[in-house]
Write a protein that binds this ligand. Structure first.
Ligand code: GDP
Ligand code: IMO
Ligand code: MG
Length: 424
């Protein structure tokens, strides 16, 4: 019997984590976000109705499920409040079952400004961040000058911390970026108003999660981004600023490493990336355009077109290793339905890259598989899949050393093949 299950991305994000978390939440008591922030965009489609979640865990659409935002998440209060209000406007009960860690770092207006100023300054070398202030907020956390949710709740503490930290950042904004500094009174006033809104939802999340475990309840840990965006294991510096790999599920929530029972690695049947940086299997031809069109590959947060390419098994195998993946979920298999042949990258011309220039110089080598050229959309049984599709899945499992436990055959909650239930 599994007590806690981690669902995370094994590529550059947008693997379909939100859809799978929503599906598995049927058998969970609580869903927990443990890293990242509102750079994430998790899409849920239920009976043709689309919801995109950024900060709120993808369990929120199941009545009665508790949703936690752990200490590892960077929280932009404005974005959070907007998301709460939007969901409530569509009839979802949020405030009575959303809990926010008082230890989570806050994304303040100067973080957003700095993120955008830095990207503009970098010009062509820009990372292509979501411009949400994610990096600068994590930097303040590590520099031990960050403002946490708990600090927002105490007007005096907030005033003192904000005075010091704003002086520091305004110096950089004015003198390094030659931009307009932020006004203390305005930032302070806004922060107090935001604090008043979220106050009743702020709790000791770690304590609450352990209570769930003590009572024999099940936790679903929802990752954001993907392994190749991990600050340590990804394509640095073209990465996000958190650890997106499974260790974060522990540090970003307060569960012990031994309390993680299962890690579900989500991978698309091909690859996408949004933003800049190396992407060895990227396609610039008709196949790439076909993947983008059939997969409707536009960012759920920024609306930017996603770059597309073949599935990279070398990178996937590494993701399986660094995350300790128990089982894989292969999503968007249906997107490959029209292809005559399908390629999988099975080796690089070098050892696994460890630096930016090594990543840039990777040359992928491929194995070509026959396509099936028939519709798999919405299939729910493995036996119904064409044999060529099953052979592709078998190859992925054998190559990476991780069994395929789930297959997703369409964007809707109901379009899945469940081979082994991660929740049991
Ligand atoms: P996340 O960030 O990992 O939650 O993924 P996103 O929501 O950003 O992007 C995944 C996109 O693919 C969304 O638009 C989903 O609705 C869609 N999607 C998820 N699974 C499938 C699938 O199996 N087939 C198809 N065609 N679309 C899917
Ligand atoms: P989900 O959870 C895809 C990318 C950005 C950029 C880099 C750094 O929906 O999979 P940041 O704003 O985090 O400093 O940007 O990371 N990125 C994502 N790409 N999916 C995401 O989240 C992403 N979150 C950040 O595009 O390249
Ligand atoms: Mg996304």
């Amino acid at each position: 019997m599994k007590k806690s299950v981690v669902v995370l991305g094994t590529q550059w994000g947008d693997e379909g984590k939100g859809k799978i978390v929503d599906l598995l939440t049927e058998r969970a008591d609580a869903v927990v976000r443990y890293q990242g922030g509102h750079n994430a965009g998790h899409t849920l489609i239920i009976n043709d109705e689309k919801t995109v979640l950024h900060l709120i865990p993808s369990g929120i659409l199941r009545a009665g499920v508790k949703c936690y935002i752990g200490n590892g998440v960077v929280i932009e209060p404005n974005a959070l409040i907007k998301e709460i209000k939007n969901l409530e406007a569509s009839g979802v009960d949020v405030q009575s079952r959303l809990y926010i860690s008082k230890s989570a770092p806050v994304i303040m207006p100067y973080h957003i400004k700095l993120d955008q100023l830095r990207e503009a300054k970098k010009g062509k070398a820009a990372i292509g961040t979501t411009g949400r202030g994610i990096g600068p907020s994590y930097e303040d956390k590590v520099a031990r000058r960050g403002i946490r949710v708990g600090d927002l709740l105490n007007a005096e503490v907030l005033k003192e911390k904000l005075t010091t930290v704003l002086e520091y950042h305004n110096f950089v904004i004015e003198n390094y970026h030659q931009a307009e500094p932020l006004d203390f009174d305005e930032v302070y006033k806004d922060a107090l108003a935001q604090a008043a809104f979220i106050k009743n939802m702020c709790v000791d999340v770690t304590g609450a999660l352990h209570q769930h475990l003590d009572e024999g309840e099940k936790l679903l840990m929802e990752g954001a981004q993907g392994s190749l965006l991990d600050i340590d294991h990804g394509t640095y510096p073209f990465v996000t600023s958190s650890n997106t790999t499974s260790g974060s599920a522990s540090t970003g929530s307060g569960l012990g490493a031994t309390q993680i029972d299962y890690v579900l690695g989500i991978t698309k049947a091909y690859t996408t990336r949004v933003g800049g940086g190396p992407f060895p299997t990227e396609l610039f031809d008709d196949d790439g355009a076909e993947l983008a069109k059939r997969g409707v590959e536009f960012g759920a947060t920024t609306g930017r077109p996603r770059r597309c390419g073949w599935l990279d098994l070398v990178a996937l195998k590494r993701a399986v290793q660094v995350n300790g993946v128990t089982g894989l979920c292969v999503t968007k298999l249906d997107v490959l339905d029209t292809f005559k042949t399908i390629k999988l990258c099975t080796s690089y011309n070098s050892s696994f890259p460890g630096s930016a220039d090594e990543w840039e110089n990777v040359k992928p080598e491929y194995k070509t598989f026959p396509g099936w050229q028939s519709s798999t959309r919405g299939m729910t049984e493995l036996d119904d899949l064409p044999s060529a599709a099953r052979e592709l899945l078998d190859y992925i499992a054998t190559f990476t050393g991780a069994p395929v436990h789930m297959v997703s055959t369409g964007p809707d909650r109901s379009e899945n093949i469940l081979l082994v239930d991660p929740m049991n």
